[in-house]
Design a protein around this ligand. Structure first.
Ligand SMILES: C[S@@+](CC[C@H](N)C(=O)[O-])C[C@H]1O[C@@H](n2cnc3c(N)ncnc32)[C@H](O)[C@@H]1O
Length: 244
């Protein structure tokens, strides 16, 4: 029997979700960066800067960026880890990974890239000093499996950073809903000629576990000292955890 899951507000078979998520990111890849700036009025840069600061990358670190897409985090990590470091840009989606790889190369950053599923990471146990995933976990079918994989590839003492949309502060919920379900698809249509992908974005954010639930999931996956930081009143949250 096929298991079902969510794709935004729709209930779909698990395999169908994987295809639908792939379609979304093939469709948005070329306009992804410009849309991010439009949609968040540049705020995603602030959230990522906070994540980069919390990562505390040092020269020589081995770092894995999962669902890395167009490479914002990997780019910063590669600069900080320097020539003795090893920073992997990975993603399940070829279109997104291509944009990311080319962007890094254009900046003179030659980093290894891998087309891979976060639920089956092609890396050995206890390998990385840091593992990050920004705005990717929401799209994964088996989040528990992906989190366990992230923990597996971390070295003891290594840190996982999960940046994701989260549950907004209650008084802001109404205006945020109006923005998400009216303005976002309109912007998606105007800028990327793709309203559906941005409707999926709004729905998938609503379906994603809230701050406390994700914290519990990370603890369940075996991470310790799990904590989170609300960003912009909970529009996004950064969760961190350590593998002991
Ligand atoms: C919203 S983008 C985030 C890109 C980048 N991390 C950023 O913050 O700008 C989400 C990414 O997650 C990737 N993704 C979805 N499911 C995945 C999976 N199971 N394994 C790895 N990457 C996945 C998508 O292909 C997409 O590139």
């Amino acid at each position: 029997m096929t298991n079902s899951t969510h794709f935004g507000y729709q209930t779909v078979a698990e395999e169908e979700k994987v295809h639908k998520v792939a379609e979304v990111f093939h469709s948005v890849a070329a306009k992804y960066d410009v849309m991010n700036d439009f949609m968040s009025a540049g705020l995603h840069r602030v959230w990522k800067a906070f994540t980069i600061a919390q990562a505390g990358i040092r020269p020589g670190f081995k770092v894995l960026d999962i669902a890395g897409g167009t490479g914002d985090l990997a780019k910063a990590f590669a600069k900080q880890a320097g020539p003795t470091g090893e920073v992997w840009l990975t993603d399940i989606n070829e279109s997104m990974l291509r944009v990311g790889r080319d962007r890094l190369l254009n900046k003179g950053l030659v980093t290894p890239t891998s087309l891979c599923d976060a639920e089956k990471l092609p890396f050995p146990d206890n390998y990385f000093d840091r593992v990050s995933v920004a705005f990717g976990l929401r799209n994964m079918t088996h989040k528990d499996v992906a989190l366990a994989e992230m923990r597996r590839v971390l070295k003891p003492g290594g840190k996982l950073l999960v940046l994701e949309f989260s549950k907004v502060w209650e008084p802001l919920k109404k205006p945020y809903d109006i923005y998400s379900f009216s303005v976002l698809p309109w912007l998606g249509k105007r800028v990327a000629n793709d309203a559906d992908s941005y409707r999926y974005l709004a729905e998938s954010i609503r379906m994603h576990p809230d701050q406390e639930t994700l914290k519990a999931m990370m603890q369940e996956a075996g991470l310790e000292r799990v904590q989170y930081f609300n960003l912009t009143a909970g529009v996004a949250a950064l969760h961190t955890g350590i593998k002991l």
